[in-house]
Design a protein around this ligand. Structure first.
Ligand code: NAD
Length: 329
């Protein structure tokens, strides 16, 4: 059975849906601090906190878990700069507690949600996994610290792990019942859609003088269901006895802020009011993934690789749920 930590969150809830669809026995675990009960669907759920060893002791005693998926973390870069203690406490100490409990319970396989933020300012794009890791903020530092902890636990205790470094997770389940609902929302596609729907006065473009084709920042948007499918491949790999591995997950195509705005205007048929603001400290011009390694090794391919598809699915969710999960389903 697979344990999905952070199953009530944005990516975790899409993972649960994919696990239900393939008939894979699983259990969701979440403290609901940032997640939503309604996002869990029909998946079995246990409320608890990673940082409470007893919550996990009981869980591992009562359920036969063979593989853990870890989505449960704080994720907002700006918040991590202001509250590094909370980020290390949740994102690093929480994983230490988890790994200890896994070791005691004899569970030795984990898939970990890492991030492009481990790379920091790129020396070159697209970024491959061999690019140096120099995180530019505490969030990225916590994720890199966990990657290193997993490697050390692998060497010493035989833990096998797959670290998936996502670029910009985006989109939503096409059925329109699951989607992104972060508070505060900081991700570009939801913000632009909310501006198109009139729920925000405008969208701010932070910097239009970057060395990119239209001067705005370029990112690699990868569909949340394509991320979930990569997790299934990771579980198969670990169950076959595969060695620990680290992979990037992105489409390999970058899109600028202005391209995202145009895509939202196309999909929604509504204009998006725009304001130009100065660059934000710490933002990079371009972050695009080379995901050749996971494509070569496991045959992973983004099913929803087109920006318009990603935006369309996200739009469907926001149009039907203007208040996110607070809108009755
Ligand atoms: N969203 C992105 O673009 C992106 C990009 C790269 C990496 N990631 C990583 O993917 C993972 C999931 O991201 P998301 O966007 O779904 O985040 P999210 O905030 O929507 O989901 C995280 C979930 O974990 C739960 N959680 C947090 N701390 C917990 C704890 N101590 N105990 C139990 N539950 C806890 C929250 O309540 C929430 O439901 C994170 O680890 C994040 O760092 C996300």
């Amino acid at each position: 059975m697979i344990l999905v930590l952070g199953g009530a969150g944005y990516i975790g809830s899409h993972m649960l849906k994919v696990l239900r669809e393939v008939g894979e026995p699983h259990l969701a675990f979440d403290n609901l601090e940032r997640g939503h009960l309604a996002a869990l669907g029909e998946s079995p759920f246990l409320a608890g906190d990673l940082r409470q060893p007893n919550d996990l002791t009981r869980l591992f005693a009562e359920h036969r878990i063979d593989t853990v998926m870890h989505f449960a973390a704080y994720i907002e870069v700006g918040e991590s700069v202001k509250k590094p203690a909370e980020f290390y406490w949740n994102n690093v100490y929480g994983v230490l507690v988890l790994l200890e409990q896994m070791r005691l319970a004899g569970v030795s396989q984990i898939v970990f949600s890492s991030t492009a933020a481990v790379y920091g300012e790129p020396d070159y794009v697209p970024l491959d996994e061999a690019h140096p890791t120099r995180p530019g903020n505490p969030y990225g530092e916590t994720k890199l610290a966990v990657e290193r902890m997993l490697a050390a636990f692998g060497d010493a205790y035989g833990l096998r792990s797959v670290c998936l470094r996502y670029f910009n997770a985006a989109g939503a389940d096409p059925a329109g019942v699951l989607g992104e609902d972060h508070d505060p929302e900081t991700h570009l596609i939801p913000l632009v859609i909310q501006a198109a729907l009139g729920r925000r006065p405008s969208i701010k473009i932070f910097g239009d003088d970057y060395p990119t084709p239209d001067g705005t920042g370029v990112r690699d948007y990868v569909h949340v269901l394509d991320l979930a499918k990569a997790h299934l491949l990771a579980v198969n790999h670990l169950r076959r006895g595969g060695a620990s591995a680290t992979y990037n997950l992105g489409t390999g195509h970058g899109h600028s802020v202005k391209e995202v705005i145009s895509a939202v205007e196309r999909v929604s048929g509504r204009p998006v009011p725009v304001e130009i603001a100065p660059r934000r400290a710490g933002d990079t011009a371009q972050l695009v993934a080379a995901s050749d390694a996971i494509q070569r090794d496991w045959g992973w391919r983004p099913q929803f690789g087109q920006l318009d598809q990603i935006v369309e699915h996200a739009f469907r969710w926001f149009e039907a749920h203007p208040e996110g999960y607070r809108t009755p389903l």
